[in-house]
Design a protein around this ligand. Sequence first.
Ligand code: MN
Length: 297
Amino acid sequence: MVRRSREIERQVTGQATSDGAGVRLTRVLTQDLQCRLDPFLLLDAFGSDDPKEYIAGFPDHPHRGFETVTYMLAGRIRHRDSAGHEGVVSAGGVQWMTAARGVVHSEMPEQENGLMQGFQLWLNLPARDKMSAPTYRDISAADIPIFTDADGVRVKVIAGEIGGVTGAVSKPVTEPVFLDVELPADRRWAASLPTGHNAFVYVYEGVVGVGDPAVSVARGRMGILTTDPAADGVVLRAAEPSRVLLIAGAPLREPIVQYGPFVMNNRAEIRQAIDDAAAGRLGAIPPRNLGAREEIQ
Ligand code: MN
């Protein structure tokens, strides 16, 4: 039950770019929105059935100071990191990596053709946790709780809690909510959201009316939601079958200093991260266990 809906404050069209060793993607949440959407630092959307646009992947590279959340809709990516973690994230699954004080990792396609589609979200860590030990979780599609309502609205609860369903991931401090909402045609659904959270939607199929009265957000667009202290959630409507990510988190209100794959609170910490990475202090990915690879083929 939502008494008053948040509204669309602003719509954003993502920027086509490439990253890693030449992976084509759309950067939806860009650096200029990091303060407005605190604690979120980045959202990339990728989707291609042309291997040339993804096959080079993201070879060994470092991260420090935040978390990366990869949500796959189609295809498979193998993750390996310097903390000794390895896993494959496949369709419907999520990989939640807390880089914290730092890892070197690789994110490489585990396929030579076919569709590769999904998202990567960067979630900031509070200053006190930026130098904690790195952690890593693979969450398969089957382990993501699903909320359904009587109208056939289907919500994958990746993080947070909705309608009494607790998501796969619960985090203190930033208390992220990460929902993949599937609306059949001519349906309306209202999601409760904590009032202090910054929140946004990203429509990736169909077109979604957001707020009350509704403002249409088309496929491929992000809608930043107002932070009205009187609004206790957001109303979503669809005239045609639609899918939308609804993402929210508690702002950290700490300084954000980003240099590429490092996000810290000040420039001295960034210089330290660059020095540590250059000196190999973030470690290296262990040699590949070829026996293990053969088993899964
Ligand atoms: Mn990475």
